[in-house]
Design a protein around this ligand. Structure first.
Ligand code: FES
Length: 167
């Protein structure tokens, strides 16, 4: 997989968002253990926590960026990349994996030009993997928003995604 991300939208934070973030930090920065709360506010303001936002939090609170980054990557509620209008999740549970989930993920990745955890530059699709969603009888399973696709084959991916391009 390429190490560059030409499809990723550049960070587009506004001065208003920054002011909101600084106000949220000022309100709770002296409360012990408030870093996660600040990060949650930041995600509500920006929708995700790119490195630019992590750096702003670090500068304003004194917590090292490394600490903020490790919290952001550890907890699944935090997104390092923007979420698309349609969120795709490829099940990587054991049954799906055995039934070829890796090929499904690779194909989605190839069609959209993004890796897991990323979002297309038009903001339409974001991609992630998930653990077993309890539909192993349908493996391999692909989710798009609340829609579940079972027994997915690699050559169906383009058609499935196309439906959502027109919504
Ligand atoms: S492993 Fe994918 S649904 Fe259970």
């Amino acid at each position: 997989m390429s190490m560059t991300h030409p499809q990723i939208a550049p960070f587009g934070g506004t001065p208003e968002q920054k002011a909101q973030l600084m106000a949220a930090i000022a309100a709770c920065k002296d409360i012990p253990g408030s870093l996660m709360t600040i990060m949650q506010h930041a995600q509500e303001i920006y929708g995700y926590l790119p490195i630019q936002v992590q750096t702003m939090i670090s500068d304003a609170t004194g917590h090292p960026v490394e600490e903020i980054y490790s919290i952001a990557t550890f907890y699944s509620m935090f997104n390092l990349f923007p979420q698309g209008r349609h969120h795709i999740s490829v099940c990587m549970g054991t049954t799906c994996y055995v039934k070829g989930a890796r090929n499904i993920l690779n194909r989605v990745s190839e069609v959209l030009g993004i890796s897991g955890g990323e979002c297309t530059s038009d903001g339409l699709f974001s991609l992630d993997v998930c653990r077993c969603v309890g539909a192993c009888g349908l493996a391999p399973v692909l989710l798009v928003d609340d829609d579940v696709y079972g027994h997915v084959e690699v050559d169906q991916i383009e058609g499935i995604l196309q439906k959502y391009r027109n919504l």
